[in-house]
Every structure is written in structure tokens, then in C-alpha cells.
Design a protein. Structure first.
Length: 205
């Protein structure tokens, strides 16, 4: 499961002892809430459904899928439905392609979300075999669903902006620079990522 509030606090406290800017920021905005998702097929499919649509729209599509396929539907259930049935649930042609890619990999056993490689880069490589799943989506899954402590989604704009504010940089760093700046925060970069979102979104700043 994802990083609990207790694990987040412990990792952030460890980081704050060697990163003065983080220690000051925690005093200003406090600790972030845990962000935990259930690991497995349903969470990955929800990720696909939620891409580039509102939370309400994604929830509507999911509810229609559950009504059509059953509350605990399997990859095989979705693969057995035709294009028009899934379109009636709100899945566009592109989203159906992505969803079928996930279901085919899971159904064949090529992708076992219960036994992803322990190495983070190997797990990311496997997850990005799913059509529509890029590095960012794979990293978010590994951080929120599996609680991998050293995941660092450097391509996330809010993470980049959070790092800029945290370190008082003149400009928002790009992905490569954000990844380089975080090297010193390993192996607790996952907690730092969650904190940068918290810091970025804080209305008091």
C-alpha cells in the first residue's frame, strides 16, 4: 500500500535533518496528508480513465463501467464487450485502446500488478508497456499504490514548482534539473514529492 502518514512524517523528518529548507517549510505548512490508492488493475484502469478529464467525468465513466461489467469486474469482462457498449459507458476510441492494452497485458499474465519488479526502473518500464501510460503515470502508481519510497516524478509541473519555491530558485527547474536536484534526497524522494505538492498547493504561501 501507499506511504502512510507515519511513514511520510518519518521520511520527511529524516530529510529535514539534512535539508534546512525543508525543515523551515514543514514549520510553515505542516506535514502532508497520506495519498494512498489500492494497488492493482482497478487503480491502473482508473488512471487511464481519469487522463485529461475532470474528476466528475472520470467518476461517471467508472460508475457506468461498474453498472455494465459488475462491481469487481476483471480484465476479461472488459475485453468481452464491444466498442459500442464501452462507448456508451463513456470510453472514447482512444481510451478504449488504452484500456484494452491494460486488460490484454493483465489477462495474458505479461503484466502482474501484484508482482511488479522490485527495481523501480524495471517496474516503470513494464508499466509503460501499457498504451497511454507514460513515465509520469507509472511513477504516480508506484508512489500512491505501492508506496515506493524513492519514486520521484520529476516531470510533474507541480513538483517542479514546489521545488522552485522550496529552494527559493529564480526559475522553475525543468525535468532534468529537478531530477538532479533531488539526488541528495534519495532514498526518501517519494515523501519529498508528496511534500512538494502539499507546499505548492498551500494557500498561505
Amino acid at each position: 500500500m501507499g506511504l502512510s502518514a507515519e511513514k511520510l512524517r518519518a521520511d520527511l523528518d529524516a530529510l529535514a535533518r539534512r535539508e534546512a529548507a525543508l525543515a523551515r517549510a514543514i514549520k510553515r505548512v505542516g506535514y502532508p496528508d497520506a495519498r494512498i490508492r489500492e494497488p492493482g488493475f482497478a487503480t491502473m484502469l482508473r488512471t487511464i480513465i481519469g487522463q485529461q478529464v475532470s474528476v466528475a467525468s472520470a467518476a461517471s465513466v467508472w460508475n457506468k463501467l461498474e453498472a455494465e461489467l459488475g462491481a469487481d469486474f476483471t480484465p476479461a469482462c472488459l475485453l468481452a464487450r464491444d466498442f459500442e457498449t464501452l462507448r456508451a459507458c463513456g470510453l472514447s476510441r482512444q481510451k478504449q485502446g488504452y484500456a484494452r492494452s491494460l486488460c490484454e497485458l493483465a489477462h495474458s499474465g505479461e503484466l502482474d500488478l501484484a508482482q511488479l519488479p522490485a527495481d523501480d526502473e524495471a517496474a516503470i518500464e513494464l508499466l509503460t508497456r501499457i498504451k497511454g501510460i507514460g513515465r509520469w503515470s507509472a511513477e504516480i502508481y508506484l508512489l500512491f499504490a505501492e508506496g515506493r519510497r524513492d519514486i520521484w516524478p520529476a516531470g510533474d509541473l507541480a513538483v517542479q514548482e514546489g521545488v522552485k519555491r522550496l529552494l527559493d530558485l529564480e526559475e522553475r527547474p525543468g525535468e532534468k534539473a529537478t531530477r538532479r536536484l533531488a539526488e541528495a534526497w534519495s532514498p526518501q524522494r517519494g515523501a519529498m514529492a508528496i511534500f512538494t505538492w502539499h507546499f505548492y498547493a498551500n494557500p498561505a504561501l
